[in-house]
Ligand binder design. Structure first.
Ligand code: ATP
Ligand code: MG
Length: 291
């Protein structure tokens, strides 16, 4: 019944590192749905799309086979599964690296030193093409989890695993040797949906919102009051303040300045703005910018 109710579906990770940001992105796109980690299926009340929450490993095949029309999945899983799906957008969250790590005390210094060793990983497909590209013959030991323990259990000599900060590797007496791939979350689509006129329309509507939300990412709307004669000085402080909206205030000689700034730039210059005469500085988040 679920697969045949005719509504479009987007598959996201049910409970894991991609869940919060995936739900956040869909909400930022204005989609209204109740999301509970235990429920498989959440219909959107205001958009022709339902959210399917499943294990991330299943998402590439589900989208490839058309069980879901769209999916949000890590590039790492996507490449490992070699699923035939279309990439619609890189999403900028879920960032991590697939790295080869070696025991701290080992003599291994460069990629070539991996020759003849056993490499433990849950990413045999990606690792194989990396080794081939580097013309290294090594044994790939397929593992299903707890990869970082493999060297101390002597199941493998070195490992190839996802790293975001490197703390887990260090805790297990490992140091990173080289990067195999860099990953982030990707929005993917079933290759056939674009041939369906109605589905394509829904995806196009969604993509305008996704791009709008990405455009807004890290940006803030900045409002402040300042003496009219300090506008030039303020512009020099915030290079992106090329064409701010400047509105006269009731108080003569004072103006309100409105503009969009990158969040990190704002923190760098906040004190200087005050020194230059700005007051009542207000910074508000931006959800979407449609160009
Ligand atoms: P599931 O139960 O859905 O199979 P999982 O345990 O396989 O979950 P998570 O650990 O939640 O998966 O990771 C999901 C994705 O998040 C990874 O495939 C990767 O793309 C991304 N990711 C970001 N940072 C990390 C990290 N530090 N470790 C592992 N994955 C990360
Ligand atoms: Mg998984």
């Amino acid at each position: 019944m679920l697969a045949t109710n005719g509504r479009m579906k987007i598959a996201i990770q049910r409970n894991g590192r991609l869940t919060e940001d995936s739900v956040g992105l869909l909400r930022a796109c204005g989609l209204n749905f109740e999301f509970q980690k235990q429920s498989l299926y959440s219909p959107c009340s205001n958009f022709d799309l339902d959210v399917l929450a499943i294990r991330d490993d299943d998402i590439p095949e589900y989208v490839q086979d058309g069980v879901a029309d769209l999916g949000i999945i890590g590039e790492n899983i996507l490449q490992e599964r070699r699923a035939k799906v279309n990439r619609l957008a890189m999403l900028g969250f879920g960032g991590c690296r697939l790295m080869i790590s070696v025991p701290l005390k080992s003599q291994i210094r460069k990629i070539k030193d991996l020759k003849g060793l056993r490499i433990g990983t849950t990413y045999p497909v990606i690792l194989k093409s990396f080794l081939n590209a580097n013309r290294i013959k090594a044994e790939i030991v397929k593992l299903s989890g707890s990869v970082e323990l493999a060297p101390s259990l002597n199941v493998a000599d070195v490992i190839c695993d996802i790293v975001s900060t490197g703390t887990t590797a260090k805790m297990n007496g490992l140091r990173t040797l080289c990067m195999v791939m860099e990953s982030q979350a990707v929005l993917v689509a079933n290759p056939d949906v674009m041939h369906d006129k109605n589905k394509r329309k829904v995806i196009e509507r969604l993509m305008i919102r996704v791009r709008g939300s990405q455009e807004a990412g890290g940006k803030r709307y900045l409002m402040m009051n300042a003496p009219a004669n300090s506008v030039q000085k303020l512009k020099r402080l915030i290079p992106s303040l090329k064409s701010p909206t400047v509105v006269p205030l009731a108080q003569t000689g004072m103006v309100a300045i409105h503009t969009v700034v990158a969040e990190d730039i704002f923190w760098d210059v906040m004190e200087k703005l005050k020194e230059a005469g700005a007051s009542d500085i207000i910074v508000v988040p931006i959800e979407i910018i449609i160009r």
